[in-house]
Design a binder for this molecule. Sequence first.
Ligand code: NAD
Length: 287
Amino acid sequence: MAAVIDGRALARRMSEETRASVAALRATHGLVPGLAVVLVGADPASEVYVARKVAETTRAGMRSIEHRLDAATGEASLLALIADLNADPAVHGILVQLPLPPQIDAGPVLDAIDPAKDVDGFHPVNVGRLSTGTGGLVPCTPLGCLKLLDTVIEDYRGLAAVVIGKSNIVGKPVAMLLLERECTVTVTHLATRGLAAIVRAADIVVAAAGSPRLVRGDWIKPGAVVIDVGITRVTDAEGRQRLVGDVAFDEIGHARAATPVPGGVGPMTIACLLANTAQAAWATVDG
Ligand code: NAD
């Protein structure tokens, strides 16, 4: 049986570490990290994510600052708010919840966030730092994937890693992190030919396609480590909603270790957001 990599347990441990780091920052510098979350409109999934982020931020001892804007808000008003948050010394992290309504182009909005407060790690400066291996804030879900891998892999050097999906928020940053650890990385996507054969050669598989049960048991090399980022909401025969990953988890007993869905990558994203916010706040006192 493959070992199950428990994302909930690791996320709890990380959040405890962040809480301790926040307490130390308050004790030594009298500073309370502040995370500003901006939600435009009332997308139900975004509402749930934002509520969770606010609750976890407060639980970690940080200040949560919520900005809820009307769905009809224009780009100029959002950019003005971001300029205010950039200038506010009580705000150490800024997160603009995506997706934005159609009248707002996400590109200029994300570019407007001060890179030092860009706790999502989407600003081009942080993307550049990640790809040059020069620090910066790393996107939360990819960072969570690497923390999960770190629980089972000590030496990454020379391992063959396959990333399925090339999005800017998951696939590409995961690939950069694996490359930094000296894996031999193959990034695949919808136009990739012979995906199954490519995955069969991998020691590490990170699936971030959003395609339920795309990765079958016979795609996985015995002893491989599998991280399943995919989350698709499906309705089963009894009409119940459940979350399905990109990997047929029940078919990969011959893997060395794997993350389940739910309970794998999902819980790590908020834990990494909190860690990034604490890191951004410490950076203001550490220089
Ligand atoms: P995306 O749609 O932006 O990108 C998907 C990528 O997968 C694309 O590059 C596409 O080419 C590739 N792809 C899709 N189907 C494929 C197939 N059949 N074969 C090969 N490649 C294929 O999605 P995203 O934002 O990167 O998210 C990917 C998945 O991860 C989604 O299920 C999303 O819900 C999930 N996700 C989870 C978390 C979390 O756990 N916290 C965070 C972000 C995304």
